[in-house]
Design a binder for this molecule. Sequence first.
Ligand code: ADE
Length: 269
Amino acid sequence: MSLKQKISGLIGVVTLVFLLAGCGDQPEATEAADKEEEKVVGIIGPMEVEIDILHSHMEVEETTKKGNLTFYEGNLEGQPIVLVKSGIGKVNAASAAQMLISDFEADVLINSGVAGGIHPDLGLGDIVISTKTVHHDMDETAKDFKPGQIPYMDTRYFEANQKLIQLAKKGTKDLPEYVDVFKGPIATGDQFIASEEKANWIYETFDAYVVEMEGAAVGQVAYLNEIPYVVIRSASDDAGEEAAGIQENFVEEAAKNSSHVIEEMLKGM
Ligand code: ADE
């Protein structure tokens, strides 16, 4: 066998080994790429009534208790999700949000639930998709910071993600006819607002459509972790003097509306 024949034989063997190795690797590489693209959506609802519907519609694969929180991992509308009832208020929401990111690898956060409507155009059951969120009870105005500004943080409002806002907007189809849909700022504080005067102050100061008790905490955690988020709320009351009674009668209907938007949104992800 000539040297040329030996070299060409060797090249043939090397090429074959290379091709076989390549063929074997290809499906794994594709699977890895698919996995990388599959986003895990962390969904936070403050109260039982705000997660009930999503929980009953999802396919739960694993239930994990961490401290006092229970996380449901699984699928809803073909989308991998982790659902948690955070409890009411900003610390509860922030803790749940950070656990979703750190322990359950959530890539995206959605906060769903009910709220007090403070914009004059808003009626009971109407949906508000957050464009941004702000803490209405953050107050260092005595040191010349604007209301809601966390001192030395480079933003006063936590911007929601545009793509999630668009998906949410698309998800508002098939809501009951009486429901109107708005996009706008959402104001958050550790207070159940039941005062027309306070509600007006929040509306005028922050241009907010609704007031609730978790959204900006989720927004702030998303901001700190540099991940996208959006808040979807349905008005369960008007944040006026009768808010508690009105909410009692309307909370289930409102929770149904926000859950509907979340489910529709997941279909488009
Ligand atoms: N969630 C629902 N209604 C609310 C209100 N009036 N104030 C704060 N959070 C709320």
